[in-house]
Design a protein around this ligand. Structure first.
Ligand code: PLP
Length: 429
């Protein structure tokens, strides 16, 4: 048989970066699957984002993609931003409590009862009438919010979602926009106009056959401008320089460097760069978040229950199946990152308890070593592990709880000597 038909050995041991984290986790880690954040890489990514924000452009941090109050605190401080975009009512309530000075824009329209729940839970100095912008997408929902505001004697700041080409929602017709602006103008005691939000990740995602990123982006801006025209020409009283004209996200924020229209740009995931964000526009960003899962058992070869010969043949044929690891946990929305060349087996499937994974002899892990994976996205995956392990120069310096979880993380007695609070670190970033 020609040698080229034999599977190549794609395995490699941890490089020096992952070897150092592996050694630190073995010594001081929580000895369970955990989410690791590398603050040095996060700082690098924050610096890249800051470069794009110039005069007249403010950064808004996408809270769903960094779902931890401590992490949000760090990124707000290190990026110089005082704006958040929120997507989940219980987290919004916590964010308003923890960051009473920030401006919060909703990233999606919420059922009016979620808005009512927010006001029920509101405590502390956060001034919702001034600092919160509800995102509204239809005249019907706006009418519901108006009723809530009238019943409770509230003043609500309204930001209108525009469909600038994604077609996920938002106002698509100028007539509908005019109806909504009319309702706001007629009810100044309860509604004020905050601005627009037009999200456009399709600009980075669509195949080139649909146009270049620059061409697609120009269409988005043109559409946005047309909607702006409705305000300035028909509702001049609502048109003022303080409007929040939001757009962007991690996939597109780099396209907003030189344009006069958008003054509020959202970024979240690009700070940690999960695997779905391996895009040409984000080539300079570094992955700053990994799942680390301890290896519980190491077996030679591949053993398939009831079909030993299949496992033996697989291990003989494919050098990448010479070893089997059983992991602590598994089946996350994530891709294997280190050691290189790990693969699951179709007959063994997936386990959230003890994942079966094959590797070549070159991967060389022992029990209690860690396998590293890159989450494909941030929001849901980051909430699955309890407190995140925070690394600075490869050493554990803190544990940061995630939103919605009561796990504060292990005591820092188990952490290395390099202990500093995240506030001190952020101020040096
Ligand atoms: C309205 C809106 N803005 C911005 C973003 C970008 O978030 P990220 O930077 O995490 O991709 C999203 C993501 O879903 C979104 O829905």
């Amino acid at each position: 048989m020609p040698a080229s038909l034999w599977p190549q050995d794609r395995g490699a041991p941890h490089d020096s970066y992952f070897s150092a984290i592996n050694a630190e986790l073995r010594r001081n880690g929580p000895a369970r699957p955990c989410l690791v954040i590398d603050l040095d890489r996060l700082d690098h990514n924050i610096a890249l984002v800051r470069q794009v924000m110039g005069p007249g452009r403010s950064l808004r941090i996408v809270a769903k993609s960094l779902p931890s109050l401590a992490l949000l605190d760090y990124v707000l401080l290190a990026s110089g931003s005082s704006r958040l975009m929120a997507f989940h009512q219980p987290f919004l309530s916590e964010e308003a409590r923890r960051f009473p000075q920030v401006d919060i824009l909703l990233g999606k329209p919420m059922p009016v009862r979620a808005a009512a729940a927010f006001y029920d839970q509101l405590q502390g100095p956060f001034d919702a009438a001034r600092q919160l912008q509800w995102l509204l997408d239809t005249p019907q929902r706006l009418a519901q919010y108006l009723t809530l505001a009238q019943e409770r004697g509230l003043s609500m700041r309204i930001n209108i979602e525009l469909d600038v080409g994604l077609h996920r929602g938002g106002v698509a017709e100028e007539k509908v926009l005019a109806d909504m602006l009319e309702m706001i103008e007629r009810n100044p005691a309860h509604l004020t106009f905050g601005g627009f939000m037009g999200y456009e990740p399709h600009v980075a995602k669509l195949p080139r056959a649909f146009g270049t990123q620059v061409q697609l982006h120009e269409k988005v801006l043109q559409r946005y401008q047309d909607f702006m025209q409705v305000v300035s020409s028909s509702y001049p009283k609502l048109f003022h320089p303080g409007l929040t004209l939001n757009a962007g996200g991690s996939m597109s924020y780099r396209l907003y460097g030189e344009q006069p229209l958008i003054n509020d740009i959202s970024v979240g995931s690009a700070f940690l760069k999960p695997a779905d964000f391996d895009l040409s526009l984000l080539a300079e960003h570094q992955p700053a978040m990994f799942i680390a899962a301890p290896v519980l058992k190491v077996l030679g070869g591949t053993r398939i229950p009831g079909a030993d010969w299949i496992g033996k043949t697989a291990a003989w044929w494919n050098p990448n199946r010479r070893l089997t690891y059983f992991l602590y946990g598994g089946h996350w929305l994530a891709r294997y990152e280190s050691p290189r060349g790990l693969l699951e087996h179709p007959m063994m499937g997936y386990s959230t308890n003890q994942q079966f994974v094959n590797g070549s002899a070159a991967t060389g892990l022992a029990p209690d070593d860690y396998v590293f994976l890159r989450p494909t996205q941030s929001e849901a995956v980051m909430l699955q592990f309890g407190a995140m392990v925070i690394l600075r120069q490869g050493k554990i310096i803190d544990y940061w709880p995630v939103l919605g979880s009561s796990d504060p993380g292990p005591s820092l007695e188990y952490a290395s000597q390099v202990q500093t609070t995240h506030r001190e670190i952020a101020s040096h970033a």
